[in-house]
Design a protein around this ligand. Structure first.
Ligand SMILES: [Zn+2]
Ligand SMILES: [Zn+2]
Length: 268
């Protein structure tokens, strides 16, 4: 399996939209891995996770063709993950296509929002629920409940193909105990997990700082969900977290974790 991190920034990216903080200033000056667009990923070149407002920029940067996509899975409905107006460009009159070329898998709120924005458009929406697996081609995708945007079923994703298991966990706070109980049955090869608040002690329970992120990973190692060969990669970094990419490498490296970056490809 392969996961490509298309974006690894939090809601306002890095450099943050209007940010004049140290991390944003450093990123403007140095570029490279310190430039972070809004979080999204692509599995095996065709299974898309989330649709942020930076999607066009990401496909142009990595020279991808969205016609290759076979499905789009949404984690939750925040604007940095669900830019619903961007979906229209798949269809007539922008293209000759009369049907959306892929189904949209998402919680019922997002499905409803797509249907409201595009009444009678040929878009297939498939409502998903935490802890209920669904198939897509030869994948089994199992949403698990995040502690985030609590007015909807915010989901992290267990994605399995063959004997490989990936968990994509953004956005999430520290999981509720139901999620820890549920994931206890899995052996995970790659975990991509948010580390939004970095070095800053976050007060919002729906996101993780480095300490909380390391705590989650430690718990999953103790449970045996993460094994000795598992890779742990972070995403959804905010400039307000006060950590440049090099700072994250230092802080996370001690715990056998790696900061993700835009364009990173992990094959396993
Ligand atoms: Zn987000
Ligand atoms: Zn969010």
């Amino acid at each position: 399996m392969e996961i490509r991190l298309l974006g690894t920034g939090a809601a306002d990216g890095i450099p943050s939209f209007y940010g004049n903080d140290e991390v944003s200033r450093y990123a403007r000056q140095h570029g490279g891995k310190d430039i972070r667009t809004r979080s999204a990923a692509l599995i095996d070149g065709h299974l898309k996770i989330d649709f942020p407002p930076d999607t066009l920029n990401q496909v142009q940067r990595d020279r991808l063709n969205p016609r290759d996509w076979t499905g789009v899975v949404f984690t939750h409905g925040h604007d940095d993950h669900f830019a619903r107006r961007e979906l229209q460009y798949a269809l007539f009159p922008f293209t000759e296509m009369l049907y959306m070329p892929y189904p949209i898998y998402a919680n019922p709120n997002i499905c409803r929002s797509v249907e409201e924005a595009y009444p009678n458009w040929p878009i297939e929406t498939v409502p998903t629920r935490s802890f209920h697996a669904f198939p897509h081609l030869d994948y089994t995708i199992t949403p698990i409940q995040a502690r985030h945007k609590e007015d909807e079923d915010s989901q992290n994703l267990i994605i399995q193909r063959g004997d490989k298991t990936l968990v994509y966990a953004t956005d999430t706070g520290i999981w509720p105990h139901e999620t820890f109980d549920f994931i206890g049955a899995y052996s995970v090869d790659v975990l991509v997990i948010e580390c939004t608040d970095g070095l800053r002690k976050g007060t919002y329970l729906g996101h993780l700082d480095i300490e909380a992120c390391v705590g989650m990973v430690h718990a999953l190692r103790t449970m045996g969900v993460l094994h000795s060969q598992s890779r742990v990669i972070t995403t959804h970094h905010a400039a307000k977290g006060g950590a440049r990419h090099a700072d994250l490498e230092r802080a996370l490296g001690k715990h056998r974790m790696e900061p993700g970056y835009d364009g990173m490809v992990i094959t396993f």
